[in-house]
Design a protein around this ligand. Structure first.
Ligand SMILES: [Zn+2]
Ligand SMILES: [Zn+2]
Length: 241
């Protein structure tokens, strides 16, 4: 099983989980052209997709959805109400993949997904102001995670955003900071976590170096006996799970 990052950040999001040439897409925050070229780099095409799963209705996750919906014949699902997607609760299986939705904490209804295939799984939560109880239940014991590491708190506080936007981002219904993300990764290290992909990094209030250092320093300090690899979710990243 592979994770393929097509885009990740405050502006656009799309990730693919592949197994034996079949794949599911999580989020449609890219153009059809970007999706096709991202799939092609991993040896895949639109026909490889056996399901599309959307997390929530913010434009960085759905701006390509209407066009992608017309171009892809696979079913579109969401664990919450999202246009053009069939809503499901609990778990749904498509092709070889089983996908479980769990609730995140965001300023619109938002879910994350645990995607399982061929005895492996990955938990994905890209937009959440806090680590929710349903997230905890899904993430514990999972070998692979893709978790929001949105901002460095000092960069956000000292940055140019308005006071109201800063407080929205920092709230329990906003976005997860580097230190919140690092704390949860460290908590999971003792429960089988092997790979942590840092997702949805802010272009203005974070850098891949800072996000990675935050997670790695926390692991080195509080969970040195466990081996967890940390990867910022840069476009084009292909990770064997
Ligand atoms: Zn969002
Ligand atoms: Zn987002």
């Amino acid at each position: 099983m592979k994770l393929i990052i097509i885009a990740s950040g405050s502006k656009s999001n799309a990730a693919v989980i592949e197994n034996n040439g079949a794949a599911v897409l999580v989020d449609c925050g890219v153009t059809l052209k970007t999706l096709k070229s991202g799939l092609a780099k991993a040896g895949l095409s639109l026909e490889s997709l056996c399901g599309v799963f959307v997390t929530h209705s913010h434009s960085d996750h759905i701006k390509g959805l209407p066009v992608i919906r017309r171009a892809v014949s696979a079913p579109f699902y969401s664990g919450t109400d999202v246009m053009l997607c069939q809503r499901f609760d609990g778990q749904i299986c498509t092709g070889e993949f089983c996908v479980q939705a769990f609730e995140c904490s965001h300023d619109v209804p938002c879910v994350g997904y645990k995607i399982s295939c061929a005895g492996k799984s990955i938990c994905i939560a890209t937009d959440t102001g806090t680590v929710t109880q349903p997230m905890r239940s899904a993430f514990y014991g999972c070998e692979n995670i893709m978790l929001e590491s949105n901002h460095d708190i000092d960069m956000l506080k000292g940055g140019f955003y308005s006071a109201s936007l800063k407080s929205r981002i920092m709230s329990d219904r906003g976005h997860l900071s580097n230190s919140d993300c690092a704390g949860f990764i460290t908590e999971l290290a003792g429960f089988g976590l092997r790979r942590a992909v840092l997702a949805h990094l802010s272009e203005n209030n974070n850098t891949p170096l800072l996000a990675r250092a935050s997670a790695e320093q926390s692991l080195a300090r509080f969970a040195p006996q466990y081996s967890v690899s940390v990867y910022p979710a840069s476009p084009g990243l292909i990770l064997e799970l």
